[in-house]
Design a protein around this ligand. Structure first.
Ligand code: NAD
Ligand code: ZN
Ligand code: ZN
Length: 338
């Protein structure tokens, strides 16, 4: 099978023939139709997260927004049929038996496997996946539309769900990229007044078209002052990988407001305790989502309440996509069409 492989971190991916994966008894083999390219794939390829690098395999096939058709299944797989269309998310496998899994937080399972990180992912023609963790794709969605929901969509869905926002509250989304443009739509459908912050005017125009009531360009405007004039945010969701976005988000909160840590800069975040306490700032993180979160976000999209803006490209262009992502030039999500 053809695959884009990380042979060495910080080097371009190598596109070449790779061995056909053989599914184990509890696995299925997918003929991949589409795989979204997430900024986390770029962080992994660049070795941005030292702690993660200890568990990442090499050589590695990236890609954790995968949709494909089951073409083979292991002897123990009874609940899925050959020909079914399913997707695979970042959480490749969770044990189902540990304290966190039993509490409904399988996204935090210490025994988890991660698609396109600890096991090979979807930048390839074929991929094996755990039958217990693939998720059926609603017929109303094309494979290309559905793929980004398996990471970008589910991540912002969970981050917003956890905030329990009320109608009319001001929600600021920092970063209107793959995750951010979906966050604008989900926050708006939760009744929030959405404020979009990015460093690119085209992305801000896109956010406005999606319903953001205010847009702030962080390179040409004073974000914190603009946010203060709007009354401050009840919730800041940072989906940018820039630490500068967190610094601005923190001071954009109204007293009692919350920051959702979603974007993953390589550097540590630093917030002064006195400023946190003075305004009783809440800081919480959100990690992708559970299988139920994925089903919920797929259903939202199937009902027409959420739409990922996509552009499809062949696998051979993955290094060009990474270059465009590094330069912040991608609007919505790039999806590899296999
Ligand atoms: P993306 O590249 O599509 O979008 C990032 C956006 O941030 C771009 O629109 C860019 O213009 C904007 N940006 C850059 N600097 C900014 C600044 N200073 N202020 C405001 N906006 C700025 O990336 P993506 O695929 O949406 O991923 C975003 C981040 O989320 C990455 O760090 C990724 O690793 C992380 N992520 C986290 C989770 C999780 O579970 N928490 C899941 C998926 C992705
Ligand atoms: Zn991702
Ligand atoms: Zn577990």
């Amino acid at each position: 099978m053809k695959a884009a492989i990380v042979k060495q971190f910080k080097e371009p991916l190598v596109i070449e023939e790779s061995a056909r994966p053989t599914p184990a008894a509890d696995e299925v083999l997918l003929q991949i139709a589409a795989c979204g390219v997430c900024h986390s794939d770029l962080h992994l390829a660049e070795g941005d997260w030292p702690q993660m690098m200890k568990i990442v395999k090499t050589p590695l096939i990236l890609g954790h927004e995968v949709v494909g058709q089951i073409i083979e299944k292991g002897a123990a797989v009874t609940q899925l049929e050959i020909g079914e269309r399913v997707g695979v998310a970042w959480i490749h496998y969770a044990c189902g038996a540990c304290e966190l899994c039993l509490e409904g937080n399988e996204n935090l399972c210490p025994k988890q496997q991660i698609t396109g990180a600890t096991v090979d992912g979807g930048f390839a023609e074929l991929m094996k996946a755990k039958a217990s963790h693939v998720i059926k794709v609603p017929a109303a969605l094309t494979s290309e539309e559905a793929a980004p929901l398996f990471c970008a969509g589910v991540t912002v869905y969970r981050a917003i769900k956890k905030a329990r926002i009320h109608s009319g509250q001001r929600v600021a989304i920092f970063g209107i990229g793959g995750l951010g443009h979906l966050a604008v739509q989900i926050a708006q459908s939760s009744g929030a007044q959405v404020i979009a912050i990015d460093v690119n005017d085209e992305k801000l125009a896109f956010a406005q078209a999606l319903g953001a009531t205010h847009c702030i360009n962080a390179t040409t405007e004073k974000t914190v002052q603009r946010m203060a004039s709007l009354g401050g945010a009840h919730l800041c969701i940072v989906t940018s990988a820039a630490k500068a976005a967190y610094d601005a988000a923190f001071y954009s909160l109204r007293p009692g407001g919350a920051i959702a840590v979603v974007g993953l800069p390589a550097e540590p975040l630093t917030f002064p305790a006195i400023a946190m306490v003075g305004r009783e700032a809440h800081i919480y993180a959100s990690a992708v989502g559970t299988r139920q979160d994925v089903r919920d976000v797929l259903e939202m999209a199937a009902q027409g309440k959420l739409q990922c803006q996509i552009e499809t490209r062949p696998l051979e262009q993955v290094n060009e996509i990474f270059a465009e992502m590094r330069a912040g030039k991608i609007s919505g999500r790039m999806v590899l069409k296999l």
